[in-house]
Design a protein around this ligand. Structure first.
Ligand code: ATP
Length: 314
C-alpha cells in the first residue's frame, strides 16, 4: 500500500528524516514509534503530500507523492496532532461541511455521515456543538471526518496525545474497529509504548530520522533475547554473572537486573546460589527495546516492565 524509498527531509543543515526505506502492507496497522523530534510527523506529512521531500520518494496506493499529489490525497485520510474541527458547529455540521469539500455526492452524503458517526461512537452527540465535546470525542470526530471519503489509508499523528488513560483506551477500541470494519491501512505515530504494543501489527522505531528497528511488537521484544529477573541481595554481583545461565547483570535502583533466557525456569536455580530478599521477573517490554536501541528512555513513558511479581522472600 505504501512504498518509501530513500526518503530524506532536510531543514537547512538539519536532517529530520534520513534515508528512509520502508514498505507498509494493505490492512496493516503500522506504528512509527519515537521520542519527540525523532522525525515521525515529518515522515507522515511527506507521505500525505503536505511537505516535499528533499530527496528520495514514495508511493501511496500506487500514486507518487511528488508527481500525483491529488491522487494521493483522495486515497488518504489524516488526523493531525492539533484538532481542526469547528468548535461552534455541531459534529454533524462539521461532517456535512467536510463532505462537501470532498465532493461526496449529495445522495450518499447523509448515509455516509451516519456510518462514520456510528463507527466512532458519536451518533448520540451528533447535534451538540463541538465545543461541548471531551478531548477524546473531538479526536474521534476528526477520525470520522478523515473517513468520510472512504480512504484506503489513514494517517493518525499521535492519536491519543493529551488524552487521559480511559479516553486513550476508548480511542484504541475505535481504531481497532475501523481497521476491522473499513479494512483500512493505518499508519500511526506515537511515543506511547503501550499504545504501539496493543495496536500495531508492525512497529518501526525511529530515532534521529532513521529507522533503527522494524518488526512485530513480539519480534522486537524477542530480539532482546530472554527475560529479566530483578533481585535485592547482599551477594556479590560478580558471583551471579559467573552462573552459566546468566547473560548479564546490571545494577538499577537498588536492584540487580539479571538477563536470562527463561525467568520461570532460571529463577529457582538462581535462588539456589543467591540469598535474595525480593525477586521479581518479567518479559522485556517495548520500553526495554527502545532503551536498548537508542540508549534513552522514551519521554513521558512511565517506568515499568515488571508486570509479574514472582516471589517475595523474608
Ligand atoms: P513530535 O513527537 O514532537 O511531534 P516528531 O518525531 O514528530 O516529534 P518532527 O516534528 O518530525 O518529529 O521533527 C523532526 C525534527 O525536525 C526535529 O528536530 C524538529 O525540530 C525538526 N523540524 C520539524 N519541522 C521543522 C521546520 N518546519 N523547520 C525546522 N526544523 C523542523
Amino acid at each position: 500500500m505504501i512504498k518509501i524509498r530513500s526518503l530524506v527531509k532536510k531543514y537547512g543543515n538539519h536532517i529530520a528524516v534520513d534515508n528512509l526505506t520502508l514498505d507498509i502492507n494493505e490492512n496493516e496497522v503500522f506504528g512509527l514509534l519515537g521520542s519527540n523530534g525523532a522525525g515521525k510527523t515529518t515522515t507522515i506529512h511527506m507521505l500525505a503530500t503536505l511537505l516535499k521531500p528533499s530527496s528520495g520518494g514514495a508511493t501511496v496506493n500506487g500514486y507518487d507523492i511528488v508527481c500525483q499529489p491529488a491522487k494521493v490525497r483522495s486515497s488518504i485520510g489524516i488526523v493531525f496532532q492539533a484538532p481542526s474541527s469547528d468548535d461552534m458547529l455541531t459534529g454533524y455540521e462539521n461532517l456535512q461541511l467536510h463532505s462537501m469539500l470532498y465532493s461526496i455526492p449529495r445522495h450518499t452524503r447523509k448515509q455516509r455521515i451516519d456510518e462514520v458517526l456510528n463507527l466512532v461512537g458519536l451518533t448520540e452527540r451528533r447535534h451538540d456543538q463541538v465545543k461541548t465535546y471531551s478531548g477524546g470525542m473531538r479526536r474521534r470526530l476528526e477520525i470520522a471526518r478523515g473517513l468520510l471519503h472512504k480512504p484506503k489509508v489513514m494517517f493518525l499523528d499521535e492519536p491519543t496525545l493529551g488524552l487521559d488513560p480511559a479516553s486513550r483506551e476508548t480511542m484504541w477500541k475505535y481504531i481497532q474497529r475501523l481497521v476491522r470494519e473499513e479494512k483500512m491501512t493505518v499508519i500511526l505515530t506515537t511515543h506511547y509504548m503501550e499504545e504501539a504494543d496493543i495496536l500495531c501489527d508492525r512497529i518501526g522505531i525511529i530515532d534521529k530520522g532513521r529507522i533503527v528497528a522494524l518488526d512485530t511488537p513480539k519480534g522486537l521484544k524477542a530480539g532482546l533475547g530472554g527475560d529479566i529477573i530483578r533481585i535485592k541481595t547482599r551477594n556479590n554481583p560478580d558471583k551471579i554473572s559467573q552462573l552459566d545461565f546468566v547473560h548479564k547483570v546490571e545494577q538499577n535502583d537498588g536492584f540487580l537486573v539479571i538477563s536470562v533466557n527463561n525467568a520461570k525456569r532460571d529463577l529457582p536455580m538462581l535462588l539456589r546460589h543467591v540469598d535474595a530478599d525480593i525477586a521479581e521477573f518479567a518479559s522485556p517490554t517495548l520500553n526495554d527495546v527502545f532503551i536498548h536501541l537508542t540508549g534513552r528512555n522514551i519521554k513521558e513513558e512511565p517506568e515499568g516492565g515488571f508486570a509479574e511479581k514472582y516471589a517475595k522472600y523474608d
